[in-house]
Design a protein around this ligand. Structure first.
Ligand code: GLN
Length: 307
């Protein structure tokens, strides 16, 4: 077995026991049906070599990892200036779904595009003649990198749409203060949908690899996003990608990463690797409990911290 795959397998097997210490997300009822004791990890290097370990063929919803791709698209559709006239660039120290700082910010805007409120505002800036076209643009972007079709997890999408009242509250507030200019329910629908796109660990690692490769897709050799946009995304991943665990994660792992409550973490080692990890059992802050352990060990073993 190749050395890197052997290491990844050992690390994944060793950390699987941490799944027991976490819980699958249940505030989106359909996510509560996931099995908790699953763990997969994939590394893709810039020559498109794939190293896999554990449950790598299982599909899971992107959830908040999708916030990176919608941010990229919104910036490419508008401009950095326009996007950040509506959304801030600072970490919050609050949970991902918190709305507490929305009203107190002056001017009133969500603190960053990685928290739910910020990502909903970002969704409102994706261009398209209707929601179907906007959603398809997000899907096309992801498929062009992964190289195969992705599907919507309809049950998760409908479940969040039916229960996502805190996100709804944030969105209506943002409409009132002019951060969102579009129809609120349409914007939320797009947000719930892009959170419910399904990938596996291999797809997640390939998506990370475009960030590691400064915007060029290692599979096709094509530039999919400008270098500056990937730099901006990686900065957000380090400062806010793991929500109110971002500081600890930066210290212990030191790799830009974005988590989602589906259990996925997309990590990026600049100029080296895209990494996709999935373990649906989450810690109290909504990050994959065993997934973090895998990244911590990988970073130590391979000296991957960017700092
Ligand atoms: N942290 C997450 O993955 C949150 C995404 C989820 N769709 C929500 O809005 O709550």
């Amino acid at each position: 077995m190749r050395e890197l795959e052997k290491l990844l397998t050992n690390i994944t097997e060793k950390n699987k026991e941490y799944c027991k210490e976490g819980k699958v997300a249940s505030y989106i009822p359909a996510l509560a049906r996931q099995k908790f004791d699953m763990l997969g990890a994939v590394i893709v290097d810039l020559d498109n070599n794939i190293y896999s370990a554990g449950d790598v063929n299982e599909k899971f919803t992107l959830q908040s990892v999708s916030k990176i791709f919608t941010l990229m698209i919104a910036i490419m559709d508008n401009s950095v200036e326009e996007v950040f006239s509506k959304v801030g660039m600072e970490p919050t120290g609050d949970p991902f779904n918190s709305i507490v700082k929305l009203e107190t910010m002056n001017p009133s805007k969500p603190l960053n595009p990685m928290i739910n409120a910020g990502a909903i505002a970002i969704s409102s800036m994706i261009k398209g003649k209707d929601n179907e076209e906007r959603y398809n643009r997000v899907v096309d972007f992801i498929e062009s990198v992964i190289g195969e079709p992705v599907t919507l997890n309809e049950a998760v999408y409908l479940s969040e749409k039916a229960t996502g009242d805190r996100n709804r509250a944030a969105a209506y507030f943002m409409k009132d203060v002019g951060v969102i200019e579009e129809d609120v329910e349409e914007v939320l629908d797009l947000y719930f949908k892009h959170c419910s796109i399904e990938v596996d660990c291999i797809g997640l690692a390939k998506l990370g690899a475009i960030l590691a490769n400064q915007g060029i897709c290692p599979t096709t050799g094509e530039r999919v996003v400008p270098k500056e946009v990937t730099q901006l995304c990686k900065s957000f991943m380090i400062t806010c990608g793991m929500y109110n665990s971002s500081g600890e994660f930066a210290i212990k792992v030191g790799i830009p990463a974005k988590s989602g409550v589906g259990g996925g973490i997309m990590a990026v080692v600049p100029n080296k690797y895209g990494i996709g990890v999935w373990g649906p059992a989450l810690d109290a802050k909504g990050n994959s409990i065993a997934g973090i352990k895998v990244l911590e060990d990988l970073s130590k073993e391979l000296d991957l911290s960017i700092f």
